[in-house]
Design a protein around this ligand. Structure first.
Ligand code: DX5
Ligand code: ZN
Length: 218
């Protein structure tokens, strides 16, 4: 199952619910929310009030990507705001099994995110406990960055680990995805595609969503 998860990070926030409607009309499966605190990453984005606004604007599942220090302190608030999927960075969380259990106990799907320089092999011991892995294809912090090519190899390696261990977690990729790389990414094993600028910065949000969704159906 291939899922398109447009990110609202680069959306026009003065027209947020309208833009979400356009994304929805294009066949998006999930709405991705990038939470940045200016500490784990150098930029600040938005918090629970915006996630609540997204919740009121759509019935689609909401995927919250926490790029923040001490995520355990905020997980419940994001779940209450409407998050259905919650991911935390492996580089930030020391007691990862505990955090994953916490997210699942709150009734959300639990994911672990790795930065481009973190080896996929470092996830070996957690894979059987999680619902998805988010592989960053840019260094987190900003929308509109260039896709890092080693991502293809990393996704393929993780997909092989999934087969070898007979597991079912989903593989999500985030950053710099557009129509030039999305098919290759899909073939490498990506299941969930996070796309910001290529959708919300395009001239026709619905048409771009449709086009990208068609490209992942292999
Ligand atoms: C980076 C963010 C993004 C973003 C995707 O920290 O996680 O990667 O939502 O945006 P684009 O598609 O513009 O790279
Ligand atoms: Zn993200």
């Amino acid at each position: 199952m291939k899922l398109l998860a447009p990110s609202i990070l680069s959306a026009d926030f003065s027209q947020l619910s309208q833009q979400i409607r356009l994304i929805e009309m294009g066949g998006a499966d999930i709405i991705h929310c990038d939470i940045m605190d200016g500490r784990f990453v150098p930029n600040i984005s938005f918090g629970t009030p915006v996630v609540k606004a997204v919740r009121k604007s759509t019935k689609l599942p909401i995927d919250v990507h926490l790029m923040i220090k001490d995520p355990d302190n905020y997980i419940e608030a994001f779940r209450n705001a409407g998050a259905d999927y919650i991911s935390v960075h492996q580089e930030e969380v020391v007691h990862l099994n505990r955090t994953i259990n916490y997210i699942r106990d709150l009734g959300a799907k639990a994911g672990v995110v790795i930065n481009p320089s973190t080896p996929v092999e470092s996830l070996t011991e957690i894979l059987e406990y999680i619902d998805y892995v988010l592989i960053m294809s840019v260094n987190p912090g900003y929308g509109g960055q260039i896709f890092i090519e080693s991502t293809f190899r990393r996704v393929a390696k993780l997909a092989k680990m999934r087969d070898d261990y007979d597991l079912e977690f989903l593989i999500e990729v985030d950053g710099g995805i557009d129509k030039s790389n999305i098919q290759k990414l899909s073939k490498a094993g990506c299941d969930m595609f996070v796309i910001g600028s290529s959708i919300v910065k395009s001239d026709n949000i619905t048409a771009s969503t449709v086009e990208l969704k068609n490209l992942i159906k292999i």
